[in-house]
Each structure stands twice: as C-alpha cells, then as structure tokens.
Design a protein around this ligand. Structure first.
Ligand SMILES: [Ca+2]
Length: 416
C-alpha cells in the first residue's frame, strides 16, 4: 500500500545563484590546463586554510581550477518527507528504492509519492553512523525481484556490517526470504566509519565497501588481507568470492578482497567509458580522497594519508607516498566528507558527460569533478545554497541526477 506524503512545492534554482563567487576571493591565480571548457575555468573552489602542510604528489591532485556549468540547470525537491535517507537505487520502472538509516526501506516515485516502509527487514543497529545503509537492485530484477542491502547488526563482541538479500514481494509490501549473504570480520563496539556502499559490477557481481571502524586497534586491519576492515570486496549474489578476484598471495588472505587500505569508503561508481571502479572515502582531518580502484591494490590507510588525526597529531609516521601504495586521484584539505558518488552518463547536459558527482556532507553541496585521462581537471560546487548534507546521488533513467540528504529531501537536478 502506498501513501502519498507531502508533495513539496517545486523549488527552482538557477545554479548560477548557488555558486560561490570566486573571482574576487582567491589569491591564487589558477594555472588552468583545462582544455575542455576554457571559458568557464575559474579559480579553485577551495580557499580555506589547509590542516596539513603536505605537498601533493602531482599537479592537480588537490585544489584544481574551478569550473562552472554553463547549461541552465533546474533543481527541484521531489519530497522532503524522508527520515535520514542513506542509499538510493532505481527500479526498472523509474521509481526509487530508498533506505532510511533507522531501518526502513521505501519506494518513492519520480513525482514524490512515498510508500509505507517495506516490511520484513532484519533488525538493524542504528547507533551512531549505523543502520540500514545502502541498497542495490539486481540487474535481473524484472524476472527475479531480488534486492541487496547493507546494514549494521548487533553481534557478539559489538556490531558488524552485513550484506542482506531478499525478494521484493509482488505487491511491494514486504521483503521475502531475507538472507545474510556476507558479514564483516572483526566486530567492534565503535559506531562510526562503516563505509558501506554496494553496487553491481558489469559481470553481475557485488562490490561492497567496508570502513575501518575508527579505533586504532581495529583500523590497522585495513592493511591486513585476513580482515574485511577497510576493504572493498567483490562477491557473487550468494556472498561467495567472485571469480577473477585479484590474488593477494598471503596465508589466509580472504578471497573476496578487491582492494585494501581504505578508511571510510562511502562512495562507489563505475566510469561509463572505461568501466573502472571509482571510490570516495572520508580521510582524517584534511585527507578526504577519491581513488580509481585497481584490483589487488593497496590504497594506503592508515600508513599514508594527506590528512592529520582529528586530535591534531600526525597519522602514523606522517607519510604521504610509499612504494606499493596507491596515490589518490584527488584529495581535499579541508575535508568535504564525501558520501555517495555517481558518474553522469547522460546526453541531456553534454558538458557533464563522464563527470563525477560526489555528495558532500559537512560542506553541504554536490561536487562536480571533470575527469580527463583519470585525472581531475576541474571542480565545481553545486546546490551549495540548499544547505543540505548530501548523502547519496544517482542518475535516473530520465538522465536527471537524483540526490538524497540527511535532512530528508530527494532532489531532482536536470537542465531547464
Ligand atoms: Ca588512500
């Protein structure tokens, strides 16, 4: 049964209004090498004081030239009656599955009708940053009606992140036969840094990200191939290690591991042209980053980082580069707190094609990154005037972008 809740008045916003005017406030003249859209290149969008004095490994790894969308954009609030939504996925008929952190999943239409909670989900532990987190829809949903979700559950020794699977009942009211297909190692009483995005890859396997769980004793396991802490894993829809996973060639290595050395990876997306998996993660203070995932690679946490501890101390030995550890494609200092990410693969806004869009929680905007040859060449802040903690973003079947916020809104972003 569906209930229509609060169809909100449409808010139309020209992005130009919400953009930060940079021309007068930056003391650094951008040395732009942006070849795609030179007329829209402006000074870097970040002008705040950095926390760390570390130098980037290459030009353009942070504080790249700003860029401005020239297409007139229209932003509307589809609904504002969600409660702490965390993950959004499209159903084949252009409606959305949206999770709410406290443990509910709902179906939302493109006109803002919000369903009652789907029943039958296992209990979640929603303390701190935990709860019902991300959701993915089976590529064969039309025939099998299967969905997958990540959530935090209470277990002996604390809590752990699990991947659930179930069938959406024909009348859409319940999840049938919910099953835990994967559970993370190393239960902890900490309730932060869960990571927890889940997406399908092109082969029909699941990629799932796991955070470092915060504490010094547990986070070091991000470097251990015997643990799912601080990892991206790749599993079948039955929860077993997917065929073709990279070998880690160490005793007891978990066969499901895809990449290691992550801190709090809350964003996963597939590049529409290269097919590479891209990831965003919350770093320490001044060390938020995005990575292009190379199967079997080590992304360095907590050994290398561009940030410092929130206490003000150095992370480990204050190293930013080390052999055998990958450099981030891009990093932010001060932090943006990146959550969900998506590439724009539509044609309605040609200048956005293959750009990466990231949700910023603490800086309350959507980040647009222009990417060429796997490097960032331009950065823009969108919807900054909305003052929302953006949590997840996807491209809808109508080629608009849809984003959810911690304050309970679902936005639609399209050309005018
Ligand atoms: Ca890293």
């Amino acid at each position: 049964m569906k209930t229509s809740i609060n169809f909100c008045p449409k808010i139309t916003t020209l992005l130009a209004v919400s953009l930060i005017t940079l021309a007068s406030c930056s003391k650094n003249n951008a040395t732009s090498d942006n070849e795609t859209n030179p007329t829209t290149s402006v000074n870097p969008v970040e002008t705040g004081r950095a926390n760390a004095s570390y130098r980037p490994a290459f030009d353009g790894q942070t504080r790249i030239s700003g860029i401005r969308t020239t297409t007139a954009i229209q932003t509307s609030v589809i609904t504002s009656s969600l409660t702490a939504p965390w993950g959004i996925a499209t159903l084949p008929d252009d409606r959305f599955l949206i999770t709410e952190k406290a443990g509910n999943m709902r179906i939302v239409t493109s006109t803002g009708t919000v369903s009652s909670p789907i029943t039958g989900f296992p209990a979640v532990n929603s303390s701190g940053q935990g709860g019902l987190l991300d959701v993915a829809v089976d590529p064969n949903f039309q025939s099998n009606r299967m969905i997958y979700w990540t959530y935090v559950r209470s277990v002996g020794g604390g809590n752990a992140i699990a991947v659930g699977r179930g069938r959406l009942s024909t009348n859409e009211s319940a999840i049938e036969s919910p099953t835990v297909i994967y559970s993370s190692t190393t239960p902890s009483s900490q309730t932060s840094n869960y990571g927890s995005r889940i997406i399908f890859d092109a082969m029909g396997n699941l990629l799932v990200s796991f955070g470092d769980r915060t504490s010094n004793e547990v986070r070091i396991e991000a470097q251990s191939v015997n643990s799912s802490i601080g990892k991206v894993i790749r599993i079948t829809t039955n929860g077993t290690a997917a065929a073709g996973n990279p070998p880690f060639n160490q005793p007891g290595a978990l066969p499901e591991l895809y990449t290691i050395g992550h801190r709090n990876p809350q964003g996963l997306a597939i590049h529409p042209v290269t097919g590479d998996i891209w990831e965003s993660e919350h770093g320490p203070r001044g060390g938020d980053e995005i990575n292009r995932l190379r199967p079997g690679a080590n992304y360095g946490w907590p050994v290398i980082s561009y940030g410092i501890e929130y206490s003000g101390q150095a992370v480990g030995a204050a190293i930013q580069q080390q052999n055998g550890m990958e450099q981030p494609v891009y990093y932010w200092d001060p932090v943006v707190s990146p959550s969900g990410i998506t590439f724009y693969a539509g044609s309605r806004i040609p200048e956005w094609q293959n750009n990466l869009f990231l949700c910023s929680l603490t800086q309350t905007h959507i980040i647009r990154l222009v990417i060429e040859n796997n490097r960032v060449t331009g950065e823009e802040r969108l919807l900054a005037a909305e003052n929302q903690r953006f949590r997840d973003i996807i491209q809808g079947p109508d080629q608009a972008l849809y984003a959810i916020t911690d304050q309970g809104r679902l936005y639609r972003i399209d050309r005018q």
